[in-house]
Design a protein around this ligand. Sequence first.
Ligand code: 5GP
Length: 145
Amino acid sequence: MTLKAPYDPDNIFARILRGDIPAVKVWEDDHVLAFMDVFPQSEGHVLVISKSSTARTLLDIEPDVLARLTAAVQRTARAAEKALKPDGFQIMQFNGEAGGQTVFHLHFHVIPRWSDRPMKGHGHAPMADAEALRVLADRIAAALE
Ligand code: 5GP
């Protein structure tokens, strides 16, 4: 999948946005959705996406939509920090197959990190239990400001 390929309206995140497949949501507004990564690389791994943009990568997104999306990433990271008290966190964002991207609807990863816990590999983490993800999502949502 090259950087310049057209947006596929049936990608997994587009289907989540349409409600065709379930997701454990953390929070949403008219513009953005934050939901739990079903293959978390660390406890509390959240994905943040735009609801309106069909950007596949960072290259495609309109700057005003990106500004809203990155503000949502910060809001999510602040809530995750407050709720889960990690030692640090990573914001990850992959572009193109060669850049490690596997779902071609632009998204940011918010990944809490603990000094004594190794992070699972990108694309190599086991699927999480939906109930456990719901508990984490509720804790993060309760810490939103
Ligand atoms: P990328 O590799 O494109 O940066 O990240 C895609 C992310 O989506 C991966 O971290 C992967 O675990 C996650 N993912 C893949 N399929 C699903 C799904 O059906 N539901 C959710 N919630 N996450 C998914």
